[in-house]
Ligand binder design. Structure first.
Ligand code: PXG
Length: 475
């Protein structure tokens, strides 16, 4: 039995009076957070975010924070968009839930499917909905294996992914992902998922990329796929999955040579190409889809996050005609689906979200205005004493920290320099994501030039403070 009486709806007013400390105590007592060391968190006390407006959120201490991570790469239209709120409210009243199983649908689910066919490359005419990106990637595995069964090549089970990829946290999605720490917990990956290296020039600077230009290295990294296929046997490989730009892995923008070579290799061996666009979809890179920015043609495309700007959960897979035709015309029943596949409230919010993206011209704005402006404003940080390189693509960017840029000497891992920098960001009112010693921004697509100036100013300040702290500590 809990010592505290259970919280009811009527208590919401009283709850708004709770102090930060009371929230922290309740949280430490009951909430297990994603990817969190709970002992460390309880010692420090969780940060409580209470509201949001535009590109800003506020915490329970009343501090305004510029959310340069769009929540978790998702709040693309910013906080407080009335159109999304109205769509959710209206749909909740009309029909809060009905399923898409058993030969039924709801108007929002079908309308969103139609709409997605219109905003994706022409060969995508069908969608399978899920509740999240992880579930959508599970769906990809089911689809790829079903496709090859129907094609009479059931031995094509192997899916190739990349180290340091992030594809979600279910057993299958974490297996597709290439995060060593995740694989270490729980005996992953599951069978028939293998990994190749990532096109990350900086990480390979003393190894495979040594002495190579980025473009030369891009070809080397793509050919790891060909080598892997040769090692396994092409007749056993069903699909290759990758993010156009690795997001959670640290905004790794691939060299321009990489994707065309990947496409060539997949085509040559008839392997399905899966583009995981959970972060890059809906305009983040300056086109609707990352595959359009990098010029390749996936057979399957994962989406989530930006489809609803995170207001409610929704994900899915765009199924290209190559797979859809086989599934529909030869497949009979596809034994797969989720309770929330095509949830009407989520789909209604997604439709309103697409309206906002289109009405405000956000994709074009990222491509022609805010994306280039962000790159231009970040460029002078290249000369900062602890910055080694800056990479950006549309409205996602990475600042690579480094102890001594001229020699490319890294900070010692135990100093956790990225987390030090992240703390300075928070203290000065900025959310930035640290991936090891890479600092990431991916602000809402509605961010203005003035807000980009404010954001970059806060980034510089955090870098200065991180530099000062590192030097004082003798790191
Ligand atoms: N694919 C990609 C490319 C993602 O970025 C997922 C799939 C999984 O989506 P769901 O909805 O199941 O979480 C993601 C999620 C981070 C971070 O720390 C990134 C994600 C999730 C959590 C943390 O950068 N991306």
């Amino acid at each position: 039995m809990s010592a505290r009486p259970a919280v009811t709806n009527q208590d919401l007013q009283a709850l708004s009076q709770r102090s930060t400390r009371e929230w922290q105590d309740a949280d430490a007592a009951h909430l297990l957070h994603p990817f969190t060391d709970h002992q460390a968190l309880a010692a420090r006390g969780v940060r409580v975010i209470t509201r949001g407006e535009g590109v800003y959120v506020w915490d329970s201490e009343g501090q305004r924070i510029l959310d340069a991570m769009s929540g978790l790469w998702c709040v693309n239209v910013g906080y407080g968009q009335e159109a999304l709120i109205a769509a959710a409210t209206q749909q909740l009243r009309t029909l809060p839930y009905y399923n898409a199983f058993f030969q039924t649908t709801t108007p929002p689910a079908t309308a969103l499917a139609e709409r997605l066919a219109a905003v994706t490359p022409a060969h995508f005419q069908h969608v399978f909905f899920s509740g999240s990106g992880s579930e959508a990637n599970d769906t990809n595995i089911r689809l790829a294996r079903r496709y090859w069964d129907l094609m009479g090549e059931p031995e094509r089970k192997v899916i190739v992914s990349r180290t340091n990829a992030y594809h979600g946290s279910t057993m299958a999605a974490a297996s597709l992902g290439g995060m060593a720490a995740m694989h270490a917990q729980g005996g992953l990956p599951i069978p028939d998922i293998v990994h190749i290296g990532q096109p990350h020039w900086w990480a390979h600077r003393e190894g495979a990329a040594k002495g190579l230009t980025r473009e030369e290295f891009g070809l080397v990294a793509a050919r790891w796929l060909e080598e892997k296929i040769a090692g396994i046997g092409p007749q056993k490989v069903g699909a290759f999955i990758a993010e156009p730009v690795q997001g959670a892995g640290g905004v790794i923008v691939p060299p321009s040579t990489y994707w065309p070579e990947i496409q060539r290799i997949c085509d040559r061996h008839g392997i399905l190409l899966i583009s995981d666009e959970v972060i890059t979809g809906f305009g983040r890179t300056g086109r609707w889809w990352g595959c359009e920015t990098f010029g390749y043609k996936p057979d399957l495309m994962t989406f989530a996050k930006g489809i609803t700007s995170g207001y409610v959960p929704l994900g899915g897979v765009m199924v290209g005609e190559r797979v859809a035709r086989v599934l529909i015309e030869r497949g009979g029943e596809f034994e797969h689906g989720y309770t929330y596949s095509g949830h009407p409230v989520a789909c209604a919010v997604a439709l309103a979200n697409l309206d906002v993206i289109e009405q405000q011209g956000l994709v074009q704005r990222v491509r022609e205005d805010t994306g280039p402006y962000l790159a231009q404003q970040l460029a002078p940080l290249q000369d900062h004493p602890i910055v080694a390189e800056i990479q950006s693509c549309g409205l996602m960017a990475a600042v690579q920290l480094c102890r001594h840029p001229p020699t490319r000497e890294a900070f010692a891992v135990e100093h956790g320099i990225g987390m030090v920098c992240r703390k300075h960001c928070f203290d000065s009112g900025l959310v930035m994501r640290a991936v090891g010693d890479r600092m990431i921004v991916a602000p809402p697509l509605v961010i203005t030039r003035a807000q980009i100036d404010e954001m970059v100013g806060l980034v510089r300040q955090a870098l200065d403070r991180t530099h000062a702290e590192a030097r004082a500590a003798g790191w």
